[in-house]
Design a protein around this ligand. Structure first.
Ligand SMILES: CC(C)(COP(=O)(O)OP(=O)(O)OC[C@H]1O[C@@H](n2cnc3c(N)ncnc32)[C@H](O)[C@@H]1OP(=O)(O)O)[C@@H](O)C(=O)NCCC(=O)NCCS
Length: 310
């Protein structure tokens, strides 16, 4: 590595330099950014990121030239460490990415800990980087876009359900966390949420719920941008799935926001989630891009690193 490089923990004062780094990287890898200052603040506040406690930065002559975002996610039965490294385009192939990777892997001690990272299929440097460490492609996140919502067939359960946007998000946080924890339990990106943590997430979203006989059956969280919107999460209680509720919930949300070519709706869905992919297609969503999820046990990564790099 370049001798002038230092790796250190992220500081609050790095925020503007991080925004700048993302702007430069996004010019090379579209969809890596840009990230605005408020978005970065919000990202650091997510419960799993713990204010960026496990994030590291690479600095050269006082200038931030690389960033490793990392968080340890509680997945119930085990933990997974998430990792994303970004190096300034003009500073690449100097082993800065490698140094950030080493620092993040040094945070834990368990060789069996799973390490995951997401790389878009159109970021060639990122794909080559993860291949160098022997990461395995386990699934993909499919980015889907809807410009013309298609009305789903109405089922009996859907006809009886109440769908509404909630204003008191704190009051429903416990039920949303319970459904989230049950519905996403087998997901590669799963993270267990407490009621308090979910309450914090909900304050940043628009929250829609489907209920039957006063009982919450499912929820949909959206994030609004200037000319588009995102469905961040949609889940139906596993014991109430397969009855048309999820489709109707999403359709109602799309209709409430007048989704169109000028105001599209986006979402990400796992390539391994065939039922969800089918439902989104039926609602008018079409696949646009693929982000690959790579995974490997920490011990395997350390071994591959030792073999390949001195
Ligand atoms: C991926 C990224 C972080 C690599 O940073 P970097 O500092 O250039 O990487 P390093 O110099 O430490 O490379 C380590 C090894 O990865 C491989 N590698 C990295 N970039 C590569 C490229 N463009 N082509 C081929 N191999 C590459 C090589 O094996 C390299 O070792 P070598 O130079 O001795 O052959 C950087 O390209 C980046 O920011 N990309 C955009 C974001 C991204 O895709 N992140 C990946 C998610 S973790």
């Amino acid at each position: 590595m370049d001798d002038g490089i230092t790796i250190r923990p992220l500081r609050e004062a790095d925020a503007e330099a991080v925004v700048e780094l993302y702007a430069k990287a996004a010019a090379v890898e579209p969809r890596l950014g840009p990230v605005t200052l408020p978005q970065w603040d919000q990202f650091l506040k997510l419960p799993q990121n713990r204010g960026g406690r496990d994030f590291r930065v690479a600095e050269r002559d006082g200038v931030l030239v690389g960033l490793a975002e990392s968080s340890l996610r509680d997945q119930g039965a085990h933990h997974t460490r998430f990792l994303k490294i970004v190096v300034a385009p003009e500073m690449r192939r100097r082993r800065i990415g490698l140094a950030l990777f080493d620092e993040v892997l040094a945070i834990d001690a368990d060789a069996d800990l799973t390490v995951q990272t997401l790389v878009s299929s159109d970021w060639p440097a990122g794909m080559a980087f993860v291949a160098a460490f022997g990461f395995v492609h386990v699934e993909s996140e499919i980015g889907m876009k809807c410009v013309e919502p298609l009305q789903p067939a109405r089922t009996l359960a859907a006809a009886r359900a109440t769908i509404e946007q909630v204003s008191d998000v704190t009051a429903c946080a416990g039920e949303v966390a319970r459904i989230h924890n049950a519905a996403y339990a087998s997901d590669a990106a799963f993270r267990l949420y407490s009621r308090e943590e979910m309450a914090q997430v909900l304050t940043e979203s628009e929250v829609w719920i489907a209920s039957e006989d006063g009982q919450m059956s499912g929820f949909c969280l959206t994030e609004l941008e200037r000319n588009s919107m995102w469905i961040e999460s949609v889940a139906v209680d596993p014991v109430r799935q397969g009855r048309g509720l999820g489709q109707l919930l999403v359709y109602r949300v799309l209709a409430a926001h007048d989704v169109s070519v000028e105001h599209p709706c986006w979402l990400n869905v796992s390539s391994r989630n065939a039922p969800a992919l089918k439902i989104y297609r039926r609602l008018g969503f079409r696949p646009q891009h693929e982000t690959c999820r790579f995974s490997a046990p920490r011990g395997d990564l350390l071994a591959a690193r030792g073999r390949r790099f001195q």
